[in-house]
Ligand binder design. Structure first.
Ligand code: F6P
Ligand code: MG
Length: 448
């Protein structure tokens, strides 16, 4: 059940794997230590201080392991549901593998799991999220784009007065195109790549205006938006799943999109799949989810905002909470999402999750990491069709329709014509990690 192309590994100097494993991960870990020290300095209880100091010690061991390229050891049993999955894989395939020669995807995920272990085996700090401060801070600096969307979409969606059926359909199509792109480009604000972003950097990345979106559509190198609309426009009262990526602004964009999918009658239920603990810096956890909705209602994150802006945010937040209360929006967190497996193994390693997704009318995978997992993070030629690149998740009985909305931030690229990728390889080195380009790819699945 493997693709015919080799997976990227940390020792591949030609790939972003090398820089990530060798430089980016130690930098990210260093910043995480700084965050914990900040928390330590805010404590007064001796027992808690000593307990947290031990977490910091374990982070230093991890840092050391990264620097000396240690072998991957089993994860300590901290009672989490993902332990058997991790340790089976380490025992079966990766005994003797180190950070650099294990597949990049696995080794990178392993680092985040080890980081979680630093806290999960403590007494008082089991759920500590070393990235929480960063995630909240970036959202509170995203006011311009946040209000651009809330002032437009707070009022319930309505057609122009007197619009006939044809005009209504056209209006729906236009909004769908726009919001799918808002949801797609929301993925550009990724904290693992953008350490030390300025206010202006954030603004540039998050521009959501119509003109800006039209200009950036040409950067969608593999573009199944029309096919996606065909699928979605035939849905009535369906179920759509989002396999989430990043918290804060991206999650906010996902929710604006999901809100419209409900209001338009296309979906009656939306399942959001998040992570059980801090993951790849900015990924959504249950706490981030609650934080976003509650901040919209009760927070004072944007002191410069006008009353009207704040009111629009509140109005939207109230509606979203109501969806949650009525069970139309459901937040879930299966342990499988925080493992090093690619999605080629989902039906084998997490059959319950596969069967659950099989009931969906459309599963939207957000972001770069999910795309790497869908495509096995291997050296597939860029013109590999998406269906082929995602293997069993397209061809197994029961496979649901799968869409990937991803800004390109790592090596693997599929669903893009060979001459397009070749030209960019020649003329714009770095295009595979800049996040300037994107793909919107769809597989119809194989309804069982
Ligand atoms: O470290 C590289 C990476 O795993 C890439 O997938 C991407 O650059 C980033 O981390 C995560 O991006 P995203 O949040 O879009 O999955
Ligand atoms: Mg992420």
């Amino acid at each position: 059940n493997n693709p015919p192309w080799p997976a990227y590994r940390g020792y591949h100097e030609f790939s972003f794997a090398h820089e990530t494993m060798g430089k980016r991960l130690p930098t990210i870990l260093g910043k995480a230590v700084d965050d914990v020290i900040k928390s330590l300095n805010e404590q007064s209880d001796e027992e808690k201080i000593l307990d947290l100091a031990k977490c910091i010690d374990r982070m230093h061991v991890l840092m050391d392991d990264l620097h000396k390229n240690a072998k991957l050891r089993p994860i300590i049993d901290d009672g989490e549901g993902d332990i058997p999955l991790w340790n089976k894989e380490i025992a079966r395939f990766f005994r003797g593998k180190d950070f650099m020669n294990a597949p990049w995807l696995f080794a990178e995920a392993y680092k985040y799991r080890r980081l979680h272990e630093c806290f999960s085996i403590s007494k008082y700090w089991k759920d500590y999220d070393v990235f929480f401060r960063q995630k909240c801070d970036t959202f509170s600096r995203s006011g311009t784009a946040v209000f651009e969307l809330s002032t437009r979409f707070a009022e319930p969606f309505a057609y122009e007065e007197g619009a006939n059926e044809e005009q209504k359909l056209k209006a729906r199509e236009l909004i769908f195109h726009e919001l799918t792109q808002v949801c797609l480009w929301g993925n550009a604000t990724d904290l693992s790549l953008l350490i030390n972003m300025t206010e202006d950097d954030i603004k540039n990345l998050q521009s959501t205006g119509g003109e800006h979106l039209a200009a950036t559509e040409k950067n969608i190198l593999g573009n199944h938006l029309d096919r996606l609309w065909k699928l979605v426009s035939n849905m009535k009262g369906g179920r759509i799943d989002f396999v989430l990526d990043n918290a804060g602004f991206e999650l906010y964009c996902d929710c604006v999109y999901a809100d419209w999918l409900i209001q338009s009658g296309i979906a009656t239920s939306i399942h959001f799949h998040g992570k059980r603990f801090a993951w790849f810096v900015s990924d959504v956890t249950r706490k981030d989810w609650d934080w976003l909705l509650n901040s919209m209602l009760y927070g004072s994150l944007f002191p410069q905002a006008s009353d009207a802006d704040m009111q629009s945010l509140k109005q939207m937040g109230l509606r979203w909470k109501e969806y949650e209360r009525k069970g139309q929006w459901i937040y879930e967190q299966h342990p499988f999402w925080c493992t090093g497996y690619t999605f080629w193994s989902i039906s084998q390693e997490a059959p319950d999750l596969f069967l659950h997704l099989a009931d969906s009318d459309l599963v939207i995978f957000k972001g770069d990491l999910n795309h790497r997992k869908l495509t096995y993070d291997c050296q597939a030629p860029s013109d590999t069709p998406f269906d082929m690149a995602i293997g069993p998740l397209a061809s197994e009985d029961g496979a649901p329709p799968v869409a990937s909305l991803r800004t390109i931030k790592s090596d693997v690229v599929v669903g893009v014509p060979g001459d397009v990728s070749q030209k960019l390889d020649n003329e714009e080195p770095g295009w595979r990690i800049s996040g300037k380009y994107a793909v919107v790819l769809l597989s119809d699945g194989l309804p069982g």
